[in-house]
Design a protein around this ligand. Structure first.
Ligand code: NDP
Length: 469
């Protein structure tokens, strides 16, 4: 079995130093997160600032080559990174989980290496010749969450590095070791100080967002923290990309074959045990197919194993932390008091471990109940019955978030017409949550602003410069 000791030795603080990090499946301590001070963060930003001009001056070809070499380094350590991620985050090795996440890191690095952001000719009319060029912003602060800690770090750092920025990464307090290990591996291929990871407490995150030498903040996390980062940007005028989660609705239309969509619906909702920003979090199903859809989802739930992520059979894991477990538990208990019907699950799976909560399908529930209106970010899905599709569209749009959404049905044109009326950054048809390194991804309303991925993602970590004449 692949050992993660080498990676841990590279990044973990010595015993008695740092903050113990627990495996959410077993409660075991797996390592100690170094706790940087604000002064150490300041020193890291100064190093990144000093390294930036030379990194940008290397040019596109050399930076692309470095990103490809960094992807090679990830591939060479893929199994170790996946095992460390599984132990720290809780997600299983198999399924769309730890190995998949490490593979996505490599894919995103390579795609960004291959992207081109060419200058555009804006006006060329014989009198005026104006071109739009893009250059690096400067130093990018990357602040990430605990649900997809490696993949989201790469979503932030790969385009930023590609454009010639240097990057300071601040991992979530819950998953620092795997992010530190990833950055250590990437740094086998990158010049000194182009990419620095600093793990520390809230003061370190807040300082990174407000630091006068940070030019751009890439943030993925809660809406509350996003608002604080916006406030900080009034001080340093940092440009922001904010990905703040959501409460994605799915609409299942009449005539849908429940059995045919059940697997995709299930994984749309329960990928990473529901701890995914663009997961399906409210499912609106037409009365004519409601019972079939609920039953088909229950069949998939029963057949999908949950448990310790290192067990090759499991594809669902624990909640990553107590805070998230308590949110899910509270929302399900509240749904019960409102008369909702628990189809599967419905109470903690303590026989598996303290932070396990089973797949919980909640039927006969309505808008206004907290499990529908609040982001559960876990394995509990409210399934709401509707009879008029106009009501389902109104329900999908009634909340102040809009990251993703989906429409499911046999008629693609009809589904596309409904998709055009959903207020979210992405609407999928007959699937939910798939992302692609060439397709821009971002939210509207309370889900944040700015997009990641593709050429639009490069523009988000660049500043325009017009050459006129
Ligand atoms: P937070 O928004 O609190 O944390 C996200 C990141 O921001 C972490 O790295 C955190 O560091 C950092 N941070 C916290 N406070 C500040 C600050 N003032 N300035 C700068 N950075 C800061 O999310 P949580 O992890 O607490 O999760 C809370 C909720 O957020 C979840 O219940 C879920 O609903 C949502 N969420 C959404 C995600 C998404 O994909 N959009 C991902 C994860 C959570 P530290 O960990 O050290 O506090």
């Amino acid at each position: 079995m692949t050992d993660v000791r080498d990676l841990l030795d590279r990044v973990s603080a010595p015993d008695g130093d740092g903050r113990p990090i627990h495996d959410p499946a077993t409660g075991e301590v797996i390592g100690n997160a170094p706790e940087a001070t604000v002064a150490e963060l300041d020193a890291a930003i100064a190093r990144a600032r000093a390294a930036q001009p030379a990194w940008e001056a290397l040019g596109h070809e050399a930076r692309s080559a470095a990103l490809n070499a960094a992807a090679d380094a990830v591939d060479a350590r893929a199994e170790e990174l996946a095992r460390l991620l599984s132990r720290e985050q809780g997600k299983p090795l198999n399924g769309p989980n730890a190995r998949f996440e490490v593979g996505a890191c490599s894919a995103w690095l390579r795609t960004n290496a291959a992207l081109r952001l060419e200058p555009e000719v804006l006006v060329d009319d014989g009198e005026t010749h104006a071109e739009l060029h893009y250059r690096a912003v400067g130093v990018v602060g990357a602040i990430g969450p605990w649900n997809w800690p490696l993949m989201i770090a790469v979503w932030q750092l790969a385009p930023a590095l590609r454009m010639g920025n240097t990057v300071v990464v601040k991992p979530s307090e819950y998953t620092p070791l795997s992010v530190l290990a990833l950055v250590d591996v990437l740094n086998e291929a990158l010049p000194a100080d182009a990419l620095i990871a600093v793990s520390g407490g809230r003061d370190v995150g807040a300082r990174l967002a407000s630091h006068p030498d940070i030019d751009k903040v890439m943030f993925t996390g809660s809406t509350a923290t996003g608002r604080r980062i916006i406030e900080s940007s009034a001080g340093n005028l940092a440009r922001l990309t904010l990905e703040l989660g959501g409460n994605d609705a799915g609409i299942v239309l009449p005539g849908t074959d429940a059995t045919a969509i059940a697997q995709d619906l299930f994984w749309g909702a329960f990928i990473n045990t529901g701890q995914t920003c663009a997961a399906l979090k409210r499912l609106y199903v037409h009365d004519s197919v409601y019972d079939e859809v609920v039953e088909a989802l229950a069949e998939v739930a029963k057949a999908t194993p949950m448990g310790n992520g290192l067990d090759e059979d499991n594809v669902l894991g624990p909640l990553q932390n107590r805070q998230q477990f308590d949110i899910v538990n509270r929302l399900v208990e509240d749904a019960k008091t409102h008369g909702a019907r628990i189809v599967t699950g419905g109470s903690p799976a303590t026989e598996l471990g303290e932070l396990f909560y089973p797949i919980t399908l909640v039927a006969d529930i309505a808008d206004g109940v907290a499990l529908v209106d609040e982001e559960q970010f876990g394995p509990a899905l409210p399934i709401i019955r509707y009879t008029d599709v106009e009501d389902a569209i109104a329900s999908a749009n009634r909340l102040d978030v809009g990251l993703g959404g989906s429409v499911w049905g046999p008629d693609r044109d009809e589904a596309r017409r409904i998709a055009a009326r959903i207020e979210s950054g992405t609407v999928w048809i007959n699937s939910h949550g798939g992302v692609h390194p060439m397709i821009p991804f971002g939210g509207v309303k309370g889900s944040g602003y700015g997009v990641e991925f593709g050429v639009e993602g490069l523009k988000a970590v660049a500043v325009p410069r017009v050459i006129n004449g």
